[in-house]
Design a protein around this ligand. Sequence first.
Ligand code: CP
Length: 325
Amino acid sequence: MAESGHTVWTRKDLIGIQDLSREEIELVLDTAPQFVAVFRRESGIKKVPLLQGRLVVNWFYEPSTRTRTSFELAAKRLSADTLSMTASSSSAVKGETLHDTLANIEAMHTDVIVIRHSSAGAPHILAARHASHIINAGDGRHEHPTQALLDAFTMREHIRKRRGDPCAGLDGVKVAIIGDIEHSRVARSNIWALNKLGAQVTLCGPSTLMPVHVERMGVRMTTSLREAIHDADVIYALRIQLERQAKGLFPSLREYIRLFRIDNESLRHAPPHALIMHPGPINRDLELATEVADGPRSVILEQVSNGVAIRMAVMHLLVNSGRPA
Ligand code: CP
């Protein structure tokens, strides 16, 4: 169950997409459909015992709707026991270090720690010193690996359906990522994943929201929305981080809307088959018009549904690889 082709999962942790090979990414994507099938069972019983008796801790230092609930549900559907911790409810507020907090949690025999933290590198530092399987649920501006995996899975499912080819991959698929690339861990993980899977990535947004030397990651860059989307198979809008607008990174929201919003008007310049994606949470009518977010091309809620299957696949691979199925 933990093999696809000749690839076998050997990693203890999932810290980032940058570290993974194409084969490892494909192994996760190829493991997810069996869990999608679990949700669709005629019996209505959406649970498998693959993590029965295991303890999964969701440790979130930043707000989250999708990722936190998705990991919790994924763990429950694998029959694991779950615990949740937030920064404000942990002894971090009394000055305890991350290592000490985790050492104490691990003393209760944890198996998987899912961590979101505002500091890039926090999951990596914990993974090096602790025995539990560590999963990065978003660290600063660095990476959000399970978001990129669920996005790649969603894109691949649609490409397979459109081409009528159940084995199609993302080679040559054109993906335009629009918005605040500079501050986005989602963009970074997606760029790594899509490049490794053979897709062609174009980044578009205000030049002030574009990381320096990002083209070294093997992507195209443009400040013209029309140019970015004219041949796109997928248009991926990012959240404008309003909390950063105070720093004046672009002149006004009105100008951002005029130049970069994905709406029915801008979509006139995109191919009719182009999918609309967004990691959430959406600023409605800012980076994405409501008519598009809720329109027929949008697969935003499918991304959320697929996220549970992808996170089940990741936890299953981490915990059960090397064990008899
Ligand atoms: N996509 C995403 O990470 O959403 P949350 O912040 O709600 O988890």
